[in-house]
Design a protein around this ligand. Structure first.
Ligand SMILES: [Zn+2]
Length: 66
C-alpha cells in the first residue's frame, strides 16, 4: 500500500468517526425529552421534546446553572 492510499484510508476513517460523533450527538439531543412539557426556565408550555421554549430561555437557564 502506498503512502497516498494510507492517507486516503486515514481520511476516510476520520470522516466516518466524525459522522458517528454527529449522529450520536443528534441522538443525545433527541433524548433530552421533557416529560413536564414546560420550559425549565420560564415554565411556558413547550412541545414534549423540548426543555425550553427557545434558545434565549435555554441560555438563561444554563447561565443560571453555573
Ligand atoms: Zn421559556
Amino acid at each position: 500500500m502506498s503512502a497516498d492510499r494510507l492517507d486516503q484510508a486515514a481520511d476516510l476513517t476520520t470522516a466516518m468517526a466524525e459522522y458517528s460523533i454527529n449522529t450520536i450527538r443528534k441522538l443525545a439531543r433527541a433524548d433530552t425529552s421533557n416529560p413536564s412539557g414546560t420550559c425549565l426556565f420560564c415554565e411556558a408550555e413547550t412541545d414534549l421534546t423540548r426543555r425550553w421554549c427557545d434558545a434565549a430561555c435555554r441560555d438563561s437557564w444554563q447561565r443560571g446553572e453555573e
